[in-house]
Ligand binder design. Structure first.
Ligand code: ADP
Length: 235
């Protein structure tokens, strides 16, 4: 049965890094709405032009627009056997749209990455990404490489060698706005999903390797429940 994974958790929880590792390890695509939108802004597409100011303010883009992007992406062949979504859904309206997209594709496995607020602010203020390929500086070039290896070439991306820069929306005021938006609009999703038998929480305030191990265990246990007769219902 398809491995349909979504990750909840505040900005800075490590969702992107963990999703990348998990996707690579399981041979499924990682679909990051933040990356898709940042690429659209960089390329100056029609969507990019529409969302730039909203993203720069740290606010969420329109539910229908982002749900449409995800719907199209999930229809591609590589997502048939599963996917891990990073950054979607972020509102209850998006979660409802996703339930419709999933339809009879199996159950959603929902992983909530939990990190205390003080740790989030610290992480976001020092986060760097690659100007060329968009990789997070903390992401290992190959799964299994320790985060500490990032210190060997601190100015350059280990995936493509590009220059590392601070994300436009990682500056102080915008970080606070993104955390506020998270509490108001995205945290209610935990309640939306919590009662499902395929919901799991993972402690995100550990080393990346330990979070990855706990994430794998959580997904596998939720997947087992989903495969049991009637297990994944209600989705
Ligand atoms: P973070 O690292 O803060 O979790 P992302 O990289 O996922 O942020 O997203 C960056 C920005 O892109 C968000 O602040 C928001 O403006 C926009 N965005 C990404 N995903 C969504 C979504 N599902 N709904 C609305 N806006 C989104």
């Amino acid at each position: 049965m398809a491995l349909n994974v979504i990750m909840l958790g505040p900005p800075g929880a490590g969702k992107g890094t963990q999703a990348e590792r998990f996707a690579h390890g399981r041979g499924i695509p990682k679909i990051s709405t933040g990356e898709i939108l940042r690429r659209a802004v960089e390329e100056g597409t029609e969507i990019g032009v529409r969302v730039k100011a909203t993203m720069d303010r740290g606010e969420l883009v329109n539910d229908e627009l982002i749900s449409g992007i995800v719907r199209e992406r999930l229809e591609k062949a590589d997502a048939r056997s599963g996917f891990i979504l990073d950054g979607f859904p972020r509102t209850v309206a998006q979660a409802e749209a996703l339930d419709l997209m999933i339809g009879d594709r199996g159950s959603l496995l929902v992983i909530d990455i939990v990190v205390p607020e003080t740790e989030l602010v610290r992480r976001l203020a020092s986060r760097m990404i690659c100007a060329d390929c968009g990789a997070n500086a903390g992401e290992a070039a190959e799964p299994g490489l320790a985060l500490a290896d990032a210190n060997t070439h601190p100015d350059h991306c280990r995936r493509c060698g590009g220059q590392l820069v601070q994300r436009a929306d990682d500056t102080n005021g915008v970080v606070r706005e993104r955390l506020k938006v998270y509490h108001c609009q995205t945290e209610p999703l935990v309640e939306y999903y919590r009662r499902r038998p395929t919901f799991r929480s993972v402690d995100g305030a550990q080393s990346p390797d330990n979070v990855a191990a706990d994430l794998a265990t959580a997904v596998d246990s939720a997947h087992l429940v989903a495969m049991a007769p009637g297990g994944g219902v209600p989705r």
